[in-house]
Design a protein around this ligand. Structure first.
Ligand code: ARG
Length: 472
């Protein structure tokens, strides 16, 4: 047991209590952020005359050596310490002596952990955004190559109207683009520095909170010390955004699983992204898509867990908040893995375009267009709907399709049908005539693709104020 407190205690902490309370097992991943925060804190303390230049220099040397040694693996994080903050301070004092004991001047672990978690989460937001961008590039490439690849569009998982693969992928482009916008938006709200809030009520030292905020690339300091130590909204927002990313990935996965099924065979997942069965030699399973779908639940779980942790907490810091970490870290890792693997799977997946087109032609996907044809010939839409409904019934009975009927047969149902009906209900016309913004016609799609290309080409690495000065 190694802790930062103990003066007012007359008994040793019970071993089980100590272990239950300790967080180093999981907060050790904040070691770099903890050191980064201490470097900024100590720089500021010296500028304010709270520490001498010499003390500051000694602490800096110590902190830098700890960071280097942890990174190189020379220094292992010893789990006998209560948390990562205690570990860093203890090793520092071991290495630089008296000066190390002054590191924590004007600081509490409450503002320290609030800062560490914000610094760490901020990097995750940027990483997730970059991964989403890679995914969008893959989706857009597939769109560009498949403007004329017809497939059925579904409602209720029943064939509805023909669309193109470019159009279908375009829907996911929109979703992941919105996910990226959410990342930028969350970053804007979270990028304020809680350091200097102390335990809850600030400190009596003349801290320069603007300076520490600026040193770490924040827009500025947070404005209420109670809120600073007890706010986890940014984490909740991020977990909500990650849950939405997973919901999108899961829907896409579900479609790929369907497209990959024996009945559909629209796609062929690359061997490198599928797995076999231990008993059935013929099997090639879409495990990555299934796992992404399956892991969605644990990311939702992290969100619900943190919302529940926070819901009854009085101001300000409460130990409950230590529970923010494990679930959040698991969600960060899970989402990053899922986006990366999913992107790889998509970029290597092949399409069976003939089967997709053949499937688009079956199932009366041109029934709406046949009704629209009659409307163009002067039949009111509601009547046209009824006529085509009867026509579909006739086709089902004869086990045929609208376009395979003779003009004679068609005329028996409505005398408005002429020779041009065949062109009007062909797969190509059905898709190509849909030219409103957002529709699958290739001309409409080309305009959208140009906008999406422009969006992806826009510079988007301006996360920090005075971009470029702050190094991550
Ligand atoms: N391990 C704690 C956490 O993650 C650090 C803050 C501890 N502060 C305290 N007063 N016990 O929240």
């Amino acid at each position: 047991m190694a802790q930062l407190w103990g003066g007012r205690f007359t008994k040793e902490t019970d071993k089980q209590v100590y272990d239950f309370n300790a967080s180093i097992r999981f907060d050790k991943r904040l070691v770099c952020q903890d050191i980064e925060g201490s470097v900024a804190h100590v720089t500021m303390l010296a500028r304010q005359g709270i520490l001498t230049e010499k003390e500051m220099q000694e602490i800096m040397v110590g902190l830098t050596s700890i960071r280097e040694d942890v990174e190189s693996g020379k220094l292992l994080i010893d789990e006998k310490y209560e948390d990562i903050h205690s570990f860093v301070e203890a090793v520092l004092t071991e290495r630089v002596g008296e000066a190390g004991k002054k590191l924590h001047t004007g600081r509490s672990r409450n503002d320290q952990v609030a800062l560490d978690m914000r610094l760490y989460t901020r990097l995750q937001v940027i990483e997730v955004d970059a991964l989403l961008k890679d995914l969008l590039e893959v989706i857009l490439n597939t769109m560009k190559e498949n403007l004329d690849t017809c497939m059925p569009g579904f409602t209720h998982l029943q064939k509805a109207q023909p669309i193109t693969l470019a159009h279908h992928y375009g829907a996911y482009f929109e979703m992941f683009k919105r996910d990226r916008l959410r990342m930028k938006d969350i970053f804007k709200r979270m990028n304020y520095c809680p350091l200097g809030a102390g335990a809850l009520a600030g400190t009596t030292y003349p801290l320069d909170r603007d300076l520490t905020a600026e040193l770490m690339g924040f827009y500025g300091p947070t404005l209420n010390s109670m809120d600073s130590v007890s706010d986890r909204d940014y984490l909740i927002e991020f977990l909500a955004a990650l849950s939405t990313v997973m919901m999108h990935l899961s829907r896409f996965s579900e479609e790929i699983i369907i497209w990959n099924s024996n009945e559909y065979r629209f796609v062929e997942i690359d061997d490198a992204y599928s797995t076999g069965s231990s008993i059935m030699p013929q099997k090639k399973n879409p495990d990555i898509a299934e796992l992404v779908r399956g892991k969605t639940g644990r990311v939702y779980g992290a969100l619900v867990s943190l919302l529940t942790t926070m819901k009854g907490l009085p101001l300000a810091y409460n130990k409950d908040m230590q529970e923010d970490k494990e679930a959040a870290f698991d969600a960060f890792d899970t989402v990053k893995d899922c986006i990366g693997l999913f992107t790889g799977m998509l970029s290597t997946m092949k399409f069976n375009k003939e089967r997709m087109a053949a499937s688009a032609m079956k199932g009366f996907t041109n029934a709406t267009d046949a009704a629209d044809y009659l409307v163009n010939k002067g039949v009111p839409f509601r009547d046209a709907h009824g006529i085509i409904g009867r026509l579909v019934l006739y086709c089902i009975d004869k086990n045929t399709s609208i376009d395979a009927l003779s003009l004679e047969e068609l005329k028996k149902i409505s005398d408005r049908f002429e020779e041009d009906i065949y062109d009007a209900v062909s797969l190509k016309t059905c898709v190509e005539k849909r030219l409103t913004v957002g529709a699958p016609g290739s001309e409409a799609m080309r305009r959208v693709i140009a906008l999406q290309e422009q969006y992806l080409a826009e510079q988007d690495d301006d996360w920090f104020p005075d971009s470029g000065e702050y190094k991550i």
